[in-house]
Ligand binder design. Structure first.
Ligand SMILES: C[S@@+](CC[C@H](N)C(=O)[O-])C[C@H]1O[C@@H](n2cnc3c(N)ncnc32)[C@H](O)[C@@H]1O
Length: 262
């Protein structure tokens, strides 16, 4: 039994992540980290794409706090999109959001459909980042901005055994590259890099707090959701995550880049 045995982002996994990271969020840092990824970017009246939108936390925040005109979220997981649509209805902002369940690799949008492309902790699930950035570039306007947070690695060598064990324990497809690699690929795919921001130290503190919360105030809630055996299993994975973050091999990072004019 594991958190992903009902699908990578199935009911158990969604409930667990919601408990630790909050409603609408399938990645750490909440609204503050979304603001960090978007630092200096004006979304007012802009059309935005959230690639790998999950249950919509960032989509809602970009409308409610950043005044985006319209945000489209795409994600390959049906339950994730269903949950995002339900939350949008509860918030009364369905008319400004468009959640689409699309198979991996499918971006059926006209060229230059978006002013801004945002993504958080979803690029890691895509094996070929060059193809991804090339395809995203096509649907972004000239001078449009891409702002991304992702789980990355310290380098692009073979991962250590410790890292491989952690990834296997997660049970998710994870293809992590370095922030430097993203910088190279952005320049190769028609973007100019605006900023690169290593978030390893920030996440080290966050992951320590996540573990103490799961062991402490959230423990009963987590057991009620997934049972003691799986709660303890999830904690073990979190401890493995802490190990690779502390070691400096697992390095969340953020980048912003602007699409060059042709
Ligand atoms: C760690 S979650 C992050 C979700 C959301 N961005 C957030 O921060 O809460 C990763 C998301 O990427 C989605 N995903 C997985 N493979 C993908 C792909 N090939 N293309 C786009 N999204 C993908 C998953 O379904 C999941 O919702």
């Amino acid at each position: 039994m594991s958190l992903t045995d009902e699908g990578h982002y199935g009911p158990k996994q969604l409930n667990m992540l919601k408990t630790v990271w909050g409603e609408g969020f399938l990645s750490p840092g909440g609204k503050e980290e979304i603001d960090e990824i978007l630092k200096g970017i004006d979304l007012t009246d802009k059309k935005v794409l959230d690639f790998g939108c999950g249950t919509g936390g960032a989509v809602f925040h970009m409308i409610e706090k950043h005044n985006a005109a319209e945000v489209t979220g795409i994600d390959p997981e049906p339950l994730v999109i269903e949950t995002a649509n339900k939350l949008a209805r509860e918030k009364g902002i369905s008319s400004k959001v468009n959640f689409i369940c699309a198979a991996p690799g499918i971006l059926e949008f006209k060229q230059e459909s978006f002013d801004i492309i945002f993504s958080k902790e979803a690029f890691l699930h895509v094996p070929d980042k060059k193809i991804l950035l090339t395809e995203l570039s096509k649907i972004l306007i000239d001078d449009g901005i891409i702002a991304v947070g992702d789980w990355m690695r310290n380098d692009d060598q073979e991962p250590s055994d410790q890292m491989k064990e952690y990834i296997a324990a997660e049970g998710l497809d994870m293809y992590m590259c370095s922030l430097n690699k993203y910088s190279e690929l952005l320049e190769e795919t028609g973007f100019s890099v605006i900023s690169l921001n290593d978030r390893n130290q920030w996440y080290l503190e966050v992951v320590q707090k996540e573990i103490s919360d799961i062991k402490g105030p959230l423990y009963d809630q987590v057991i009620n959701l997934i049972g003691k055996e799986e709660a303890d299993g999830a904690l073990e994975i979190w401890e493995q995550l802490l190990g690779v973050v502390k070691k400096g091999e697992h390095r969340p990072g953020n980048f912003q880049a602007i699409k060059k004019r042709k």
